[in-house]
Design a binder for this molecule. Sequence first.
Ligand code: KIV
Length: 340
Amino acid sequence: MSEEEVQPSPKKPIPPESEKPKQKRRGPVRKKKPVTEKRNDLPENSVNAVDQDDKKPETVKPPTDKGGTPKNVPLKVKPSIDIPRNVRELADLKGKRPIVALTAYDAVMGRLVCNAGVDFILVGDSVGTTLLGHKTTIPVDMTDMVRHTAAVRRSQPNCLLVADLPFGEASFSFDRLLDSARRLMQEGGADAVKIEGGRDVADDIEKLVATGIPVLGHIGLLPQTVKAIGGYRKFGVDRDEAADLYTDAIALEEAGCFAVVAEMMDEAVAKELSKQILPPLIGIGSGAGCDGQILVSTDLLGYGLRKPPPFVKPYANLSQIISKALSQFVSEVREGKFPS
Ligand code: KIV
């Protein structure tokens, strides 16, 4: 999303605790299992591929070719004792430490993001707006999602990988939804899928989960509905909308989502929701009260054509660095400095 498209939201008070709709939970409360095991099935260059007892970060020398040129991206490997190996372990992190996730869309970024030590990678349909030049995520289709998911998987076979179901996939039939989720897992190599929506998609999510497909929910701002909502804005500031978000979050919990993304949600509502539901609530532009944070990697890296949304902290300005390097190359060729 771009900053220019963020719309103001009507200000109304958040419903007090006593006025929240009381939901009847359909299923039994899922028991959480403590994370006790360490990851030991990872490739050598993985963030976890160090002696778990060695607390000091260790620099790994990249492999070089015969001329001594590095063949791979240099990696700073830090020990990590609790990077989740599966969605159950991810869910179990709730209340223990903040969960952290980033998007990646290709093999290079997949490798870098995984080695930074994230708990999972999301191959978001934000690939449409960040890399493919679309104005919204709506044009992104299954071909895009399978291709980008597979590229990320090829670079990091052991990182927990979630892939977005693109616009429309949850609206045809359950069979089509199942087939699309199957493709993301079998052809793309995803461990789980993400679906935008709350109670409207909860029944289908419950069936997917029963089939063995782990689902990450997504409520608050749903970028796939941007044409209907008229622009990007905060959700849950209005009292009725806050109550709706609560109902949606409970529906996703009951459907069996292992975690729920809360995008651009009123901070107080997000904080309260994360206390109310069992699955971790992973915020993006929803404040510090969530159980974890996810960001679009290109936004925090300053790599892209569009201005990142205001809640993103710029950790780098890659576009500037790349522009400078490219211009220098162009000048040096023109001036006869390269090749020298
Ligand atoms: O597509 C995406 O990158 C997302 C994140 C914003 C959570 O859905």
